[in-house]
Design a protein. Structure first.
Lengths: 208, 276
């Protein structure tokens, strides 16, 4: 899915000196999980999972529409859409499923990753709690991996960061289970500003 | 009946205001107006070359917990208007209930609306739930900006307790094109002080421009002034600010002036309400 090409604004935060140590990286990813995309993605994932499992196609379409419109910045929107499209292509090729195929046919190339993941997990009987934990831990691991390359940090520091983030991932997954999509919001405008400034960063390894 | 149930609760405001502008006899004119206390709409004489100006006034001076106000602004096809406020909106400390604000903007085909109220100040302990919705028709243009201040900084007050839920939903020709939201509750200093949350900012602001046609030149001009401007999708530009209250307000005012001149074809000035 090319996750390794996205840094979710972290590349700008490193460039500007806001992330220089392992603790900064943990704080960055923890904020993204707890107060940023993790909060919104968790809620979208849970709503998509429930809608597909209940056979409510219109509710699922509304989740896809909301997810596609929820774009803090162009680069984080690209991150969500490109990975969602790639994830669905692979999933439908390897594990075809009619409800998921019908959903994708209704929204070609505009299902964000979290919505795609939630719907696919429900289509294949993966419980919601496991799906939310899996998605958010992959999000965190990918950002840690980006941080290890960008700061740079040693592999051991990367593992220590991942371990430190485990309880944050677990709490974000629990929050996703009770989130109300009608009351969802972030509390991380600084991350959006890093992502906006990343667009004009002179040297860039990452697409976001 | 228990004694508590017989006691009157604090009287709270449930007000609102709505208006509709239409083009008639070659000019934008007021076609409909409703107002319920504490909201009033005044119509100061616009400067030469300016479209009609509507000033939303809260005659109560601020909003408390349990207050609810609804504002509706509608522009018929081709109409042009600017909506602002003569002063900052104040959200007082709540004893528990949320203060609720709902604003609904309808900008029909070919119309141009500026929704540029002055800042909203959250007093320590305020609990604000605000929902902003806009529906924009074909070839219509919308500039929509909001600034929030976290505590009465002029008095040295910061925001420690309270809550904020702020929701934005923008539709173009019926299709949801932007959803955004801020949600803060509980121990507010943690996200407000976090370098990756609000980074200790006194204030934040967001400006959205919906306008068909290329916006790259406007974006680049704003960036050249050091502003965080980006094109979220074709025909949609956003800017965000985070920082001390005075520079956030100055930056927002400068961006409005630049977009007026570069995109809307209006004078490069702010409504006098903003500056006097």
């Amino acid at each position: 899915m090319g996750a390794y090409t996205y840094s979710h604004g972290l590349e700008a935060a490193v460039e500007e000196g806001a992330v220089t140590r392992r603790d900064d990286l943990v704080a960055y990813v923890a904020t993204a999980l707890r107060d940023g995309a993790g909060r919104v993605d968790g809620a979208l994932l849970a709503a998509a999972h429930r809608a597909l499992a209940a056979g409510k196609a219109r509710a699922l379409d509304a989740v896809a529409e909301l997810g596609a419109a929820w774009r803090g910045t162009p680069e984080t929107a690209l991150e969500a859409e490109a990975q969602g499209t790639a994830f669905l292509n692979v999933t439908l090729a390897a594990w075809p499923e009619p409800r998921l195929a019908a959903f994708v046919a209704r929204h070609p190339r505009r299902i964000p990753h979290a919505v795609a993941f939630g719907a696919a997990a429900a289509a294949h009987g993966v419980p919601l709690r496991d799906a939310a934990f899996g998605y958010l831990s992959a999000f965190a691991a990918n950002l840690v991996s980006a941080g290890v390359r960008l700061v740079p940090l040693g592999q051991t520091d990367g593992q220590v960061a991942t371990a430190a983030l485990l309880p944050v991932v677990a709490a974000a997954a629990e929050a996703a289970l009770t989130a109300d999509l009608d009351r969802i919001g972030t509390a991380s405008p600084a991350l959006d500003l890093f992502s906006i400034r990343h667009e004009t960063q002179y040297t860039r390894l990452f697409r976001s | 009946m228990s004694r508590a149930a017989t006691l009157p609760s604090h009287q709270r405001s449930r007000g609102g205001a709505s208006l509709r502008f239409e083009v008639a006899r070659g000019a934008t004119r007021l076609a409909d107006l409703h107002q319920a206390s504490p909201m009033r709409i005044l119509f100061p004489e616009p400067e030469p070359g300016e479209p009609p100006l509507a000033a939303l006034v809260n005659t109560a001076g601020g909003l408390a917990g349990g207050d609810a106000v609804e504002v509706g602004i509608a522009l018929g096809p081709g109409a042009e208007a600017c909506v602002s406020t003569p002063a900052a909106e104040k959200i007082y400390r709540s004893l528990g209930a949320e203060t609720r604000i709902a604003a609904r903007l309808e900008v029909e085909a070919g119309a141009t609306l500026e929704w540029i109220p002055q800042e909203t100040i959250l007093f320590d302990g305020a609990r604000l739930s605000r929902r902003l919705e806009a529906d924009v028709g074909a070839d219509a243009r919308l500039v929509m900006a909001e600034m929030l201040v976290f505590g009465r900084h002029a008095r040295g007050e910061a925001l420690h307790a309270g809550s904020l839920f702020d929701s934005w939903r923008l539709r173009r020709e019926g299709r949801l094109v932007w959803a955004d939201g801020t949600a803060l509750d509980g121990a507010l200093r943690e996200p407000l002080d976090s370098p990756f949350g609000f980074d200790g900012a006194e204030a934040c602001a967001t400006l959205v421009l919906l306008a068909e046609g290329p916006l790259e030149e406007a974006r680049d001009a704003l960036r050249a002034e050091g502003m965080a401007a980006t094109i979220l999708r074709p025909g949609m530009l956003i800017l965000r600010w985070l920082g001390r209250a005075v520079p956030v307000r100055d930056g927002l005012g400068q961006a409005i002036r630049m977009l007026r001149a570069r995109v809307l074809g209006r004078p490069s000035s702010l409504p006098r309400l903003w500056t006097c």
